[in-house]
Design a protein around this ligand. Structure first.
Ligand code: IMP
Ligand code: MG
Length: 179
């Protein structure tokens, strides 16, 4: 398609996910791990990541709805799907597609902490720091250099493009970009 340029190819993504999976395998060896994906954007990343982790682990999902301006999350986040697994005393890895302002993640972390996990860390496909508003950095990230509005590999613009195997930048996002 002509309205996107590839930022990270499918091969580059797969190589980074394998590296990150190996790192997580070392860091969480022998620990009771729950991997929690943030729907919908993290579904492909999480599916690849857990298969790159040679560990016993559990998988769950949350879904957050953010209310406010269309292009920047408001920080008023409601969970439309709750965690179902017991988190008490376990290590939790929260898997996000993109950390942008950080507001969604900050709100989600508070909810997950109320489940009294032993630890809580964040693994992002992309840690996009240019619009960060909350003092928060992903503990693990595949990519940290990205900017602009990205789609593909789970990332959407108005629910389109999630199935692209590469991560792409939209050249001419519609206005407003992605409600
Ligand atoms: P935050 O609360 O501003 O950090 O919002 C993060 C959420 O906004 C992510 O989970 C994505 O769903 C969405 N988002 C932010 N930037 C992008 C982007 O470049 N492409 C697709 N979705 C994005
Ligand atoms: Mg989205």
């Amino acid at each position: 398609m002509t309205d996107q340029e590839i930022v990270y190819s499918a091969a580059t993504i797969q190589a980074r996910v394998r590296e990150l999976g190996a790192r997580l395998t070392m860091d969480y060896h022998g620990r009771p791990l729950v991997v929690i994906g943030v729907l919908n954007g993290a579904f492909i990343f999480l599916a690849d990541l857990v298969r790159a982790m040679d560990l016993d682990l559990e998988v769950d999902f949350v879904r957050a709805a953010s209310y406010g301006a269309a292009t920047v999350s408001s920080g008023r986040v409601a969970l439309t799907r709750q965690v179902e697994l017991c988190l008490a005393g376990k290590d939790v890895l929260l898997v996000e597609d993109i950390v942008d302002t950080g507001r969604t993640l900050a709100a989600l972390m508070e909810v997950i902490k109320s489940g009294q996990p032993n630890s809580l860390k964040v693994c992002a496909l992309i840690d996009k720091t240019e619009r960060r508003e909350v003092a928060l950095t992903a503990d693990y990230a595949c990519f940290t250099e990205a900017h602009g509005f990205l789609v593909g590999y789970g990332l959407d613009c108005a629910e389109q493009y999630r199935n692209l195997p590469a991560i792409c930048r939209l050249r001419q996002p519609s206005t407003p970009p992605c409600p």
